[in-house]
Design a protein. Sequence first.
Length: 160
Amino acid sequence: MMIVLIPAYEPHVRLVELVRELGAEGYRMLVVDDGSGAAYAHHFAEVEHRGVTVLRQPVNTGKAAALRRGLAHICAHWPGEDVVTADSDGQHRPEDTRAVAEALRTGDGLVLGGRAFSGDVPVRSRFGNAVSRLLFRVSAGVVVHDTQTGLRGIPSALIP
């Protein structure tokens, strides 16, 4: 089994759409509400209605903290399960999530889904990704197309 971990802060209805589509394919999911507040409670209620576990942070602590909390929960409740992380804003389509899950099943390392950065991408985003790619390549010696991606496949052995 594969777990899809979705950190969410003030999510759009696309979160519910992603959960619906992935749930229809049998994926187990965990959503972390990162302090979104009452105005977004209906999205999380809909996700829970679909059988998805929702962990709630009382205040926004940031994406990294939400991911750490979700991964700790997975280690405690579903040890040995591989994880795909996906963003709640709809930029990761179900087919993208499936592709990363499949790559994770056939390999033994971290899998990163990369955005194309084509079309109408803000200059700030292009610049930030270019700088982080360069810094990552210099420090790690590895070329990564999109260092800021929220779409990742994490083998269970790497989670702890």
